[in-house]
Design a binder for this molecule. Structure first.
Ligand code: APR
Ligand code: PHB
Length: 391
């Protein structure tokens, strides 16, 4: 088999890249180790930056998102028993975010790609990459037990944090930067109408909590917990009781409760490798960087990477020039680090740190007070939340 760009991983990075390349008349094949139903049902975050929304619409992939997604123009920060709204539209010249689950985005991207005759090879096993130091990259894998080879001009490593591409780059090339947080998030999906029409990020002395949603009937809620929290210790009644405590306000706010339909624990880390390319292998999305989920930047950052990659590949196929491709990593990393900073900042602002001193706690509350009262500080939050401009 032969194609222009071999894409490993059918997550947001790989699938958006395939669509961007298709628009530019560049062929690609996507290899995915999981089955189609698996990637279409996997519960992940659900906040799309304004730029991601605009791109999906531009690519003709936004029809269902515009019908079923919920456009939000603000969020609430809650602390000390009071809520404070950050008005994105007012602070950013009309921008907002779309609440639309990542796996719904995946369904739309897969359906459109297959309908256009694009190739996505599901259940591709034992994937390995080679030849990218020179001019002839090759991806080896097995499908239904058969060994296969995909020859290509470039390999896009869109295979997430646990993929094979990052590790295929020779030792000594990449430098990793990492921070682990001493907590995780216990997340649930519940058949309960969200108690507020916008997201609530709560800083509480018992720990962080977040109220998000998937539709006017389904809530998505998170609680700060131990990184290795045992879900067996969290029957539904205990989860609701803890949530109610963390969201409580002076004026008697209460969450709407309902059957819990999904439960899970997510670890929290910040991670970046530099550079994000080696020869003809380019890393994009979670394969190159991870952000903690506070601020919901993972998907959006993956999309920003592949926009840069697609522009570089377009330039190459149009003119043979590699100027933009050579700068791929440099261009992406400027955004990656700003988004890392924002995700780290939101995380630090809102969570309870085990070793917090009384001083740190007071400082955190002062920062929340500042962020919710200074227009300059609110603007900083708002412009990062809706998404920084693309280069
Ligand atoms: N071969 C083929 N496919 C692989 C391999 C492999 N060896 N390893 C992983 N994959 C697939 C995974 O099954 C997954 O579908 O690569 C895909 C990677 O997708 P994501 O993990 O979604 O990563 P990315 O596209 O970079 O999107 C980042 O997704 O994980 C969330 O929080 C993250 O929102 C962020 C976004
Ligand atoms: C979600 O809806 O899953 C979500 C929302 C906001 C976040 C993280 C996750 O910061």
């Amino acid at each position: 088999m032969r194609t222009h760009v071999g894409i490993i991983g059918a997550g947001p990075a790989g699938l958006v890249l395939a669509h961007l390349l298709q628009r530019a008349g560049i062929e690609s094949v996507v290899l995915e180790s999981q089955t189609r139903p698996y990637i279409e049902e996997r519960v992940r975050a659900g906040v799309l930056e304004q730029g991601t929304v605009d791109l999906l619409n531009e690519l003709g992939l936004g029809e269902r998102m515009m019908r079923q997604g919920l456009m939000h123009y603000g969020v609430e920060l809650r602390f000390g028993g009071r809520g404070h709204r950050i008005d994105f539209a007012d602070l950013t010249g009309g921008k907002g975010v779309m609440i639309y689950a990542q796996h719904e985005v995946i369904k739309d991207l897969v359906a459109a790609r297959l309908a256009a005759g694009g190739e996505i090879l599901f259940e591709a096993k034992d994937v390995s990459v080679g030849g990218f130091e020179g001019e002839r990259p090759v991806i080896r894998f097995t499908q239904n037990g058969e060994p296969m080879e995909l020859h290509c001009d470039f390999i896009a490593g869109c295979d997430g944090f646990h993929g094979v591409c990052r590790g295929a780059i020779p030792d000594g090339v990449l430098k990793a930067y990492e921070r682990e947080y001493p907590f995780g998030w216990l997340g649930i999906l519940a058949e309960a109408p969200p108690a507020s029409h916008e997201l609530i990020y709560a800083n509480h002395e018992r720990g962080f909590a977040l109220m998000s949603m998937r539709s006017p009937k389904i809530s998505r809620l998170y609680l700060q917990c131990e990184p290795d929290e045992d879900l067996n210790k969290w029957p539904d009644a205990r989860i609701w009781e803890e949530m109610q405590k963390r969201f409580a306000t002076m004026d008697g706010f209460s969450l709407t409760e309902g059957p819990v339909i999904q439960k899970g624990v997510t670890g929290m880390r910040s991670f970046v490798v530099e550079p994000m390319q080696f020869g003809r292998l380019f890393l994009a999305g979670d394969s190159a960087h991870i952000v903690p989920p506070t601020g919901a930047k993972g998907l959006n950052l993956a999309v920003a990477d592949v926009r840069v990659l697609a522009s570089g590949l377009k330039e190459f196929y149009a003119s043979g020039k590699r100027d933009l491709l050579n700068k791929y990593s440099e261009i992406c990393l400027r955004r990656v680090w700003k988004v890392q900073r924002f995700s780290w900042w939101m995380t630090s602002l809102l969570h309870k740190f085990g070793a917090d001193s009384a001083f740190d706690r007071r400082r955190q509350l002062a920062e929340l007070d500042y962020v919710t009262s200074s227009r300059a500080a609110m603007t900083t939050l708002a412009e990062n939340y809706v998404g920084l401009p693309l280069e």
